[in-house]
Design a protein around this ligand. Structure first.
Ligand SMILES: [Zn+2]
Length: 109
């Protein structure tokens, strides 16, 4: 009885391990891509060091609301504008970047 069970469990475990490795590799790749993307976003415009910039200050400088009637049902769109202050760890250069965040909400009637 135990031997039969073993014959079933081991292939199942192998398949699970195989898929587990694929999932981990996928998550790892996504994480790695995110780090690369983040480093590129923080590239210093002065010494061109990738990932050199650190955010020293971040402030919301504006936000606007409008209704998107092209979408049915209409959605409320909020666009927030942020100003991010960067400072390079390598050469001390400082620069400002603006970023926008768009939030779409379904209007509750
Ligand atoms: Zn720099």
């Amino acid at each position: 009885m135990m031997a039969n069970l073993g014959h079933i469990i081991y292939p199942v475990l192998l398949i699970c391990a195989f898929f587990g490795i694929i999932v981990l590799a996928g998550v790892g790749c996504a994480y790695w891509a995110l780090i690369i993307f983040d480093k590129r976003m923080r590239k210093c415009p002065h010494c061109h060091k990738i990932g050199g910039g650190d955010v020293t200050e971040s402030a919301m400088i504006g936000s606007k609301n409008y209704m998107d009637f092209k979408h049915q049902p209409p959605i409320r769109v909020t666009v927030k504008t942020y100003e991010e202050h960067y400072r390079c760890q390598h050469c001390g250069h400082t620069w400002i970047k603006t970023a926008e965040e768009t939030v779409r909400n379904l209007v509750k009637l």
